[in-house]
Design a protein around this ligand. Structure first.
Ligand code: SF4
Length: 699
């Protein structure tokens, strides 16, 4: 009875902050097609880390508890999941409305459609991107797909499955819309989802329409929605809602706004919408490659409700650029995925929107030079913070950066190597590593979340004084771009904070040079050189380490003196030792402080993730240390990666896969401690370091 009451709870904006309206679960990334725009960059075989059946069932239980209006099973091709029937029946039994988006392959048969209906599927969506085989088959890269799609629609209709057609709008397919609309009507389709391409996955910026072309199509679709018997939904295009309102068309998405699974109030990335990848990563949208967590570790509800970036995405007060001052921002808000894909800033303006809000136009005029002093595109705002507060101290949170996706790996590593292209063998190894952690590193998402948390913590210390932004060394937003934004925002000085606790001339020193070169001719710039003994940071390490120790002693029946704790940081070229670089000594000080505080019986230091270059790197290397542990009577190893502050490639691959396998090969129990990521205590510690430094009391 209580469940029924929850299901019936009306969808309000507040409610969307607690539970998603639509949950998309990518049950597999395996697919036999190779479509040119594919978000998932689908592969012929399932990923080895794909969620197993028991993990998927647990996830479905979590989804059911959130009572979304619709769960969409997508891929890849969901029909390639051998346990699909089990998953669908499980969700349906838990009172979840389940839709599915199969790829049109030979697996789509009449009996497959009947099975889906029998198992409880309530809506089926097929992709149609051209009104003829010439365009559609070229787009899907498999001849015959157009005809097969029409046949699939017939079979699904015969099976009694309500139909949806998804159309991707790119420069290649925009002219096909009138012809596709005719097919949608002819086949009695209930809903046409017109998806405006976001340049992520295999889609490129060249394939994206201009803002003016988007506007023309929004108007075309809005007017069509008044004349056709099917519903029209614009996907990744919230500005369509603005056009509907401007044209006096009632409802949020047109006249069929209240149909099954249609949102009665505006939804957007992270606001009523959540996506879970085939390996359990949680995203605000499948087109938004910033992972907020993983359902193997976190609960879906906690990631959806509590992740700082999720919270920012659903707060219109935090939007920037013209979206930040637009009178339509509550019902529109712009595509956050596209803002991120194009500008590297999830809170920036949506480049697909042609509308100029009056408040924005006035502001640009006031400035006289087309600049926007208080509505910058990369500054971070904590929840509830007013954009118009004039901060005086800019804070640049700096990290290495990460490739945008598989296609960016070569360019990223070429930048990292000072313009030297990696060898084919090196590139192949890197690609393999990224593929093994799901294709992308979550580093940028963590950096954004850390900056948001830091802004909130600094606002607690001195409201309005600080203006936090992020700057990357090798990917967007680059340090130099962010310096320009900070200067435009009107701050009077910049404090640089590198997301690495220990100083080295080859790490923090490089960030300092980049920041100083970009900013010091414009305003005072300083950098916090190290924060390796900051009490809140040490406390985080102690708590995380104690928890991991307790788990290992309990689960493996090991006494603490049989467990070696190995503190690690990134290895650096050995020439830093000739320079009397403080890096190794500072790392030792961090490890000693933590080991002493929690009275570790045995611990050591090691260096991980050394570069593959000819020059020597500092050691001992972590994998060598692990290999020697059994000879010293050790039965379990815990790695505490104290030199890093978030989950990324060096943690998820080098420790969770490589170091773990090495430990298992030598018969050792293995664990690594949790990373700080956006832990509030850790971010309060960083805020304290920033504030002391700003007060001239830092080092
Ligand atoms: S400016 Fe932003 S919020 Fe306003 S209509 Fe355009 S995309 Fe939407």
């Amino acid at each position: 009875m209580q469940e029924t009451t929850r299901t019936m709870r009306p969808w309000t904006r507040e409610e969307l902050g607690l539970r998603p309206f639509i949950v998309i679960y990518e049950v597999t990334r395996a697919c036999n097609l190779a479509c040119v725009h594919c978000r998932a960059e689908a592969q012929p075989h399932p990923h080895p880390l794909e969620l197993r059946t028991h993990e998927s069932l647990r996830l479905l239980d979590e989804i059911a508890e959130l009572h979304p209006a619709t769960l969409v099973l997508t891929g890849g091709d969901p029909l390639l999941r051998a346990d699909l029937e089990t998953l669908i029946r499980h969700a349906v039994a838990a009172d979840v409305r389940v839709a599915i988006t199969p790829s049109v392959t030979r697996r789509v048969t009449k009996s497959a459609m009947m099975n889906l209906k029998t198992w409880g599927i309530t809506q089926i969506a097929f992709s149609l991107d051209g009104a003829s085989a010439v365009v559609h088959d070229d787009f899907r890269k498999v001849p015959g797909t157009f005809e097969r799609t029409l046949q699939a629609l017939r079979w699904a209709r015969e099976a009694g499955l309500p139909l949806q057609i998804n159309t991707t709008v790119t420069t290649m397919t925009a002219a096909e819309l009138p012809g596709i609309a005719r097919i949608v009507e002819e086949f009695g389709v209930q809903l046409w989802s017109v998806f405006f391409a976001v340049p992520t996955g295999r889609a490129t910026q060249d394939s994206m329409l201009s803002a003016a072309e988007h506007e023309r199509l929004f108007i075309y679709l809005a007017d069509m929605s008044q004349q056709v018997p099917f519903g029209i939904k614009a996907t990744a295009a919230p500005a369509y809602r603005r056009v509907l309102l401007q044209r006096g068309i009632s409802g949020i998405q047109g006249k069929l706004a209240v149909g099954p699974g249609r949102a009665p109030i505006p939804i957007n990335d992270g606001l009523g919408f959540v996506f879970i990848s085939h390996i359990g990563e949680v995203y605000p949208n499948g087109l938004f490659p910033l992972s907020m967590g993983n359902v193997r570790i976190d609960t879906l509800a906690s990631v959806y409700r509590d992740h700082p970036l999720m919270q920012s995405l659903r707060d219109p007060q935090q939007l920037r650029g013209k979206c930040g001052v637009c009178e339509f921002r509550t019902i529109c808000g712009g595509s956050r995925a596209r803002a991120y894909a194009v500008f590297g800033d999830p809170l920036a303006s949506d480049p697909a929107c042609a509308y100029i809000p009056p408040a924005y136009a006035a502001h640009v005029e006031e400035d006289g030079q087309g600049r926007t002093p208080t509505f910058s595109s990369s500054a971070i705002s904590a929840p509830g913070r007013q954009q118009t507060v004039q901060a005086t101290t800019g804070v640049m949170v700096m990290a290495l950066g990460t490739p945008d996706g598989p296609d960016d790996i070569e360019a990223y590593y070429t930048r990292m190597r000072g313009g030297r292209v990696p060898t084919p063998a090196l590139l192949s190894d890197l690609r393999h590593r990224y593929a093994a952690i799901g294709g992308r590193s979550p580093l940028l998402a963590h950096t954004h979340a850390q900056a948001l948390g830091l802004q909130a913590a600094l606002d607690q210390i001195e409201p309005g004084r600080y203006h936090v932004t992020i700057g990357m060394q090798h990917s967007r937003p680059f340090i130099e771009e962010s310096v320009k934004e900070l200067v435009k925002s009107g701050v009077q000085s910049i404090v640089g904070l590198v997301l690495a606790p220990h100083y080295s001339s080859l790490s923090v020193g490089v960030y300092r040079r980049r920041l100083t070169d970009a900013g010091e001719s414009l305003l005072p710039v300083s950098v916090i050189e190290h924060w390796h003994l900051e009490p809140g940071y040490l406390q985080f390490l102690e708590t995380a380490l104690q928890a991991t120790l307790d788990t290992m002693t309990r689960n493996h029946h090991l006494s603490a003196d049989k467990i070696e704790v190995v503190f690690t940081a990134h290895s650096l070229p050995s020439r830093i030792l000739d320079l009397h670089d403080p890096y190794p000594e500072q790392m030792r000080e961090t490890a000693e402080a933590v080991a002493h505080s929690i009275k570790l019986p045995r611990w050591s230091l090691a260096w991980q993730s050394a570069g593959r270059t000819a020059e020597p790197w500092i050691g001992p290397a972590l994998l060598d240390v692990i290999a020697e542990l059994p000879d010293r009577g050790v039965e379990g190893v815990i790695v505490c990666a104290a030199g890093f502050v978030s989950d990324h490639l060096e943690i998820l691959y080098d420790l969770d896969l490589e170091a773990r396998q090495t430990a298992q090969r030598f018969g050792l129990a293995f664990a690594r401690t949790a990373m700080p990521n956006n832990d509030p205590g850790f971010l309060a510690a960083l805020a304290s370091a920033v504030h002391r430094h700003s007060e001239g009391d830092g080092e």
